[in-house]
Design a protein around this ligand. Structure first.
Ligand SMILES: C[S@@+](CC[C@H](N)C(=O)[O-])C[C@H]1O[C@@H](n2cnc3c(N)ncnc32)[C@H](O)[C@@H]1O
Length: 330
């Protein structure tokens, strides 16, 4: 973890924070210990709403994207390689001082270390706790400019970006769900964990739909969704799907719930989405959902809905239709 490696770099390892100016910290986990940072001079940059909200509640400056120049930058390596490269390019483009890169082996820090060492001189590394931390001096503007990446059009004609779910095109499971949706979906629909908007685009092909709420925690994913779903009935919410609350309950929820927190497969997040769906639906509302077959959602569905049916799927994915939410209190 960054908090175990950073002290070694600062205490005799050769890393020194600039005396003045703000230090940008890209993508830190919400429980990062800020020991070692000049806390009044850091800005956390986070695109994922739940982490952004936790950081906002701590006594530090938080932003979704870089805001102006920084005296130094720290990149906490994300799992997706292209997203990691894009984050490093952004940190290098906005920092006038050292750029520190920290990450776990399982998140590809060794490959990034080698790739950066081939281009610029690198200090450190500090190797500890299954990861590495290293840094470079003030980067030249174009050192890593070719790693920068933003939303791009995929072959299927959708905008996606590195690091967003199913960035290469339509997710197979979501396509199964889209094909299984009924003709009538009601007036108000919510796409919980909307990603770059595939399911919402599909929902908007249905007659009678007056509003679709796209609730998504990833800011970049939601920006992609804004480009993909230009229908005026779409409403975009950068929010945590497990506690987002609309003005009125909705008639239908469609979702391919998230099943990972970091690298680990975590059924709890999908189960929290099921509970949220029950909370958000009208008493006659319907949930349509797809999930990996091995994930245990049945018990949660049965706790939250009177009627639960598996309506098909394939060897890898199962489709559910649940109705009549039980815990319909806010
Ligand atoms: C499996 S993907 C499905 C995306 C999209 N519905 C599709 O079918 O392509 C789950 C999505 O939920 C988002 N997500 C994860 N945790 C979330 C949370 N707490 N609140 C809202 N969205 C979340 C992820 O960023 C991801 O885009």
């Amino acid at each position: 973890m960054l908090d175990s490696r950073l002290p070694l770099a600062l205490d005799g390892g050769g890393l020194v924070w600039p005396e003045k100016g703000t230090i940008a910290v890209f993508g830190p986990s919400a429980d990062l210990d800020l020991e070692g940072f000049p806390k009044d001079r850091i800005q956390i940059i986070h695109d994922f709403y739940p982490a952004f909200a936790v950081w906002s509640a701590r006594d530090v400056s938080v932003a979704v994207v870089s805001e102006g120049r920084y005296a130094a930058a720290v990149v906490c390596l994300p799992r997706a390689k292209m997203e990691a490269r894009a984050m490093i390019a952004e940190a290098c483009a906005f920092s006038d001082g050292p750029v520190v890169i920290d990450g776990q082996k399982t998140d590809g820090i060794e490959g990034i270390f080698k790739a950066m060492k081939a281009r610029v001189s690198v200090h450190g590394p500090v190797t500890k706790a299954h990861g590495k931390l290293f840094w470079i001096d003030a980067p030249a503007a174009d050192n890593f400019a070719d790693w920068a990446a933003g939303p791009e059009l995929t072959e299927g004609g959708f905008w996606t970006a590195p690091g967003v779910f199913s960035a290469d095109g339509v997710d197979i499971a979501s396509a199964l769900l889209a094909d299984a949706l009924p003709e009538k979906l009601g007036k108000h629909v919510c796409d919980l964990g909307a990603g770059w908007g595939f399911l919402s685009a599909h929902v908007l092909t249905r007659a009678g739909v007056e509003a679709v709420h796209l609730v998504e925690a990833g800011h970049v994913a939601l920006e992609c969704a804004r480009r993909n779903v230009t229908d005026p009935r779409a409403q975009f919410h950068w929010a945590d799907g497990t506690d987002w609350t609309p003005e009125h309950r909705v008639d239908t929820i469609v979702m391919t719930p998230p099943f990972h927190v970091g690298r680990a497969s975590e059924p709890q997040i999908g189960q929290a989405f099921v509970a949220s769906a029950a909370r958000l639906l009208t008493p006659q509302g319907h949930l349509w959902m797809v999930a990996n077959r091995h994930l245990p959602y049945e018990a949660e569905l049965k706790t939250r809905f009177i009627s639960v049916e598996e309506i098909g799927g394939d060897a890898r994915f199962k489709l559910f239709h649940a109705s009549r939410p039980l815990r319909n209190r806010r």
